[in-house]
Design a protein around this ligand. Structure first.
Ligand SMILES: [Zn+2]
Ligand SMILES: [Zn+2]
Length: 184
């Protein structure tokens, strides 16, 4: 995976590290180190416990290339003779989601870490590639404005405004076009 051609929009969740490092890896990864520092700061500010499990779960999600389900995470954190229960992982994920450190991708029932510091209630658009499984995250103020009007008309107050769009990412489209010699 390399970052050439038209740059993918804005931010990725660290799927482009080119390596997947699990728990206890030697070389520190910038994304994970930043994520952990931010988590520690947020917890300190709010007087919340950044427990070992919460840290382990965040580290696992941040180190993954793509979205991870709670059972995958539990699997990765389990050691012989010491299983981590998925229900505990779910609780840790809820906690991390509330802090904005991870997002739940509803259509995949899976989680990705988030390196941005969102404003509370900021609407998000996830771009989910069906070919390579990558998930990019962006915001669309135009959509937000329209959605806001539609919700106001309906008298509906949203608890979250997360849109998920499935399709083919720029990198995969580029590869497909390269194969057929088409350009657009
Ligand atoms: Zn985010
Ligand atoms: Zn793709």
């Amino acid at each position: 995976m390399q970052e050439d051609g038209p740059a993918r929009h804005g931010h990725d969740h660290g799927h482009d590290h080119g390596h997947e490092h699990g728990h206890g890896h030697g070389a520190a990864c910038g994304t994970c180190t930043d994520m952990l520092a931010r988590a520690e700061r947020l917890c300190r500010e709010r007087d919340l416990q950044f427990t070992r499990l919460r840290r382990d779960v965040l580290e696992t999600v941040a180190a993954a290339h793509g979205p991870l389900g709670a059972y995958d995470i539990a699997e990765r954190l389990s050691l012989p003779g010491r299983r981590v229960a998925a229900v505990s992982v779910y609780r840790a994920l809820d906690f991390l989601t509330e802090l904005g450190l991870v997002h739940r991708i509803a259509s995949r029932n899976a989680f990705v870490s988030c390196a941005h510091e969102h404003g509370v209630g900021e609407g998000l658009v996830f771009l989910i590639c069906r070919s390579c499984g990558s998930i990019d995250e962006t915001t669309a103020p135009e959509v937000e404005a329209g959605l806001h009007r539609a919700l106001a008309r309906a008298g509906f107050r949203p608890a979250s405004r997360i849109l998920e769009v499935e399709g083919e990412c720029g990198a995969c489209r580029g590869r497909a076009q390269g194969d057929t010699g088409l350009a657009s």
